[in-house]
Each structure stands twice: as structure tokens, then as C-alpha cells.
Design a protein around this ligand. Structure first.
Ligand code: AMP
Length: 407
């Protein structure tokens, strides 16, 4: 888990502010769910055989001996909140989004952290394929307005409970004779969750010859997928059909998608992804209810924003520093800062250093102005307002400070 420091904060404000703005523009409202959930909810949601549940969960007992987890993703929590807070009885679909930390006990590396931040979004309570296209458009808009140019949308349909069983059988029939040549991990997938073989990290070329889900879709799934594709085309959103895209979670049905970046290594390094999860609510023990959504990783997305050469400036600690030249001027200094704050962020250097030292430190702080004064000037209620870049300086009355800064 890492600290995010002031110098990076401009980029975070921009990405999260834009996420809120874009989501609101599409009629989605923010929710915030607790950072911890009952382990059972998350385990049912993510699927017992998924990597998340098997290897990546922060799972612990609280003092009441309940098993909790730090949430690894947002969807199960959003669906729980949807039912527990009565959103299921309001207008449908509920359009919700979150900006929240997610936790995965994975081996940390570049672009992979044990705590990362997601922009996640869900449309719950309506099964229309038009909503699949809508949530994809929200994500696409966010990436585009962040200025990212090298993002590609990968798209697939993984069918539903009608057509997926036959596909799963075909997949098992294809892989069974290859079992001895699979890694231990993949042998386990073959038994527990054969679809996951398609996003295996240690595939030796078997995936390419595997049966394709597109050849197995039932009429309803085929029609729904056609509608999603048509709506994306109408929205001018390019996509790449990717038959290997299955997502790691068991409750997904029909549409799955991932956003990849040119500078990342493909499937294992997506910026984000999502899909339809019509089986999730029932799997969690609620009334069967359709839903579709995404989770986009903000950490990795911002790494790609700077990879593409965009620099987002972070706010300085203060734009104006008040520098009293003598001891005992705290009250006057605070009064000056208060006036400056009518227009710009301002802070006081309360240290007992010499004025020279204060000036040097102000020069390196990123601030634009210094307001300098001694006791006699405090009595006259004036400061010397100095432009730290040009060195230009002039006397300004306290009461004129905000007006002068605004000129
Ligand atoms: P997932 O729920 O695994 O599909 O993750 C959705 C997105 O969250 C990914 O595409 C990443 O951008 C981001 N993400 C997932 N796990 C991590 C991690 N360990 N560190 C940083 N970002 C992550």
C-alpha cells in the first residue's frame, strides 16, 4: 500500500473530479459503501474459485469474531446496498457510482498495488443491452476527456445460463486431453472454472485453438450482443471483438469488456473492465435482478496519462505566503492571511527564522506571492506584496490586498 503525496494530487483531483462530472452527466449518482464487508458476501460475489477469493483477499476476524474482508471490488457491495437501502423499490435502473479504494493481496509491482483506487459504476435493475452500451460510453468518455489516446475497448459476450453450459462442455472436451501439459493452476481451472483457462497467464498456445463462445450463443444472447455492438457503433465508439475475454468473476453474463492501453501488456494489465452480472443478486441471496457495470483503476490510468506525456499540475501548498519580519506579529499575520484568502490560498510562515531564511523558503515553495511586513507596517496595516517570480514589490494596504491580487 502506498502513500499518494501532494505533488501527485493535481492528477488525482482531475481524474476523480472528472469521474464525478462524467457520471453525473449520464445521470449516475455517487454512493459510498464501507471499506469492509462480510466475507461471505464478497466470497459469494467473487466466486470461491476465483483468484481474488483464493489468493488476494484481506480477510480477518473482528473483535466480535465475524469474518470481514477489505473489499476487493465494488459490485457486490453496490448490489448489497441497492437492496438494503431500498433502492430496489425506487426508479429502475438505479444508476450508481463509487470512487473508492479496493484491496488485493497480490504481489506488488509496477501498476499493481495492495490498495488501489477505482472509479466503479453500476446500473442495477434493468436488463436492457442498451445499458451495457451506456456504461461503456461513460467509461469511454472518462478516458477520452482525461486526454488518453491509446485506449482500446475489447468486447465479448460470454452467454448466459442457457448457452454457456454447452460452451463450457466444449471447452472441457478441448482441454481435457491437454491436461498433462497444463500448469498446476490451469489444471485446477479445468476442473473448477474452465472459462478462466481463456485468460490463463501460462497458456502455451492452446487458447488460440479453443472453441469460441460466439459459435455457441443462444438466439437471445446473440441478439443482445448485436444490439450492444450496434449502439456502440452509433455512438462512434470503436471496439475490438475478443473471444478470450471472460473476466475473473463467476457471476458475469453476456457482455464483458476491458479497456487496454497500448503501453501496458494487454489482458493482465487492463485499465479497467466490466460487464453484465445478471446472476449476481441471486447468488448473493437477494431477488434475481439484472445489472451491468465497470471498475476502472485510477492508479494505472494516471500512470498512462503521464506515459502519454500529459502533465497535470498539482496545487501549491499556498499561492501566497505571509512573512512577518519580526517575532510577536502572529495576530497581524493571521489577519493579513485571512484577507488574502478572500482570493487565493494563503498561509503564514510562523517560524522564528530570519526574514532572509523565510524568503528563501518561500521562493522554493511554489507560491506566487509573499506578503512581507514588520511591526511598523503592521501598525499602518500595510504589507510589501512581492511577486516571487519577478521580484517586483509594492506596498499594499490590508484592505486592498484581495483586490490587488485579483488585478
Ligand atoms: P479488476 O476488478 O481486477 O478487473 O480490476 C479493475 C481495474 O482495477 C484494473 O483494470 C486495474 O486498472 C485496477 N486494478 C486491479 N487490481 C489492481 C492492483 N492490484 N493495483 C492497481 N490497480 C489494480
Amino acid at each position: 500500500m502506498r502513500d499518494i503525496l501532494p505533488g501527485e494530487m493535481g492528477a488525482w483531483y482531475f481524474a476523480e473530479g472528472l469521474a464525478r462530472e462524467v457520471a453525473n452527466r449520464f445521470g449516475y449518482q455517487e454512493i459510498r459503501t464501507p471499506v469492509a464487508e462480510h466475507a461471505e458476501l464478497v466470497e459469494r460475489g467473487a466466486g470461491e474459485s476465483s483468484d481474488i477469493v483464493r489468493k488476494e483477499m484481506y480477510r480477518f476476524q473482528d473483535l466480535g469474531e465475524r469474518w470481514l474482508v477489505l473489499r476487493p471490488e465494488g459490485t457486490a457491495a453496490a448490489v448489497r446496498a441497492y437492496f438494503e437501502s431500498g433502492l430496489d423499490r425506487g426508479p429502475q435502473p438505479a444508476r450508481l457510482f463509487m470512487l473508492a479504494p479496493m484491496f488485493r493481496y497480490d504481489r506488488p509491482g509496477k501498476g499493481r498495488y495492495r490498495q488501489h483506487q477505482q472509479f466503479s459504476l453500476e446500473a442495477i435493475g434493468d436488463g436492457s443491452p442498451a445499458l451495457d452500451a451506456e456504461v461503456i460510453e461513460v467509461a469511454h468518455t472518462w478516458f477520452a476527456e482525461l486526454g488518453l489516446r491509446q485506449v482500446t475497448l475489447n468486447l465479448n459476450s460470454i452467454g448466459d445460463e442457457t448457452c454457456r453450459p454447452a460452451y463450457r462442455d466444449a471447452l472441457v472436451a478441448y482441454y481435457r486431453p491437454l491436461k498433462e501439459r497444463l500448469s498446476a493452476d490451469d489444471q485446477r481451472r479445468l476442473e473448477q472454472n474452465p472459462l478462466r483457462l481463456l485468460d490463463s497467464k501460462d497458456d502455451e498456445g492452446f487458447k488460440a485453438g479453443a472453441p469460441k463462445i460466439a459459435d455457441f450463443l443462444c438466439d437471445d444472447c446473440r441478439e443482445a450482443f448485436g444490439q450492444v455492438c450496434g449502439l456502440l457503433e452509433a455512438a462512434g465508439i470503436e471496439y475490438q471483438l475478443n473471444p478470450l475475454l471472460v473476466r475473473g468473476l463467476d457471476y458475469y453474463t453476456r457482455t464483458t469488456f476491458e479497456f487496454w492501453h497500448g503501453a501496458l501488456g494487454g489482458a493482465q494489465n487492463a485499465l479497467g473492465g466490466g460487464g453484465r452480472y445478471d446472476g449476481l443478486a441471486a447468488a448473493l441471496g437477494f431477488t434475481a435482478t439484472p445489472g451491468v457495470g465497470f471498475g476502472l483503476g485510477i492508479d494505472r490510468t494516471l500512470e498512462m496519462v503521464s506515459e502519454e506525456g500529459e502533465e497535470i499540475v498539482s496545487p501549491p501548498a499556498a499561492e501566497l505566503l505571509v512573512l512577518p519580519a519580526e517575532a510577536g506579529l502572529e495576530r497581524a499575520a493571521a489577519a493579513v492571511a485571512r484577507r488574502a484568502r478572500e482570493l487565493v490560498p494563503a498561509a503564514v510562515d510562523y517560524s522564528t527564522r530570519s526574514l532572509r531564511a523565510k524568503m528563501r523558503s518561500a521562493g522554493g515553495s511554489g507560491a506566487r506571492w509573499a506578503a512581507i511586513f514588520n511591526g511598523a507596517e503592521a501598525d499602518r496595516r500595510v504589507v510589501q506584496l512581492r511577486d516571487l517570480a519577478s521580484g517586483e514589490q509594492r506596498e499594499v494596504a490590508w484592505d486592498d490586498l484581495a483586490r490587488t491580487l485579483g488585478e
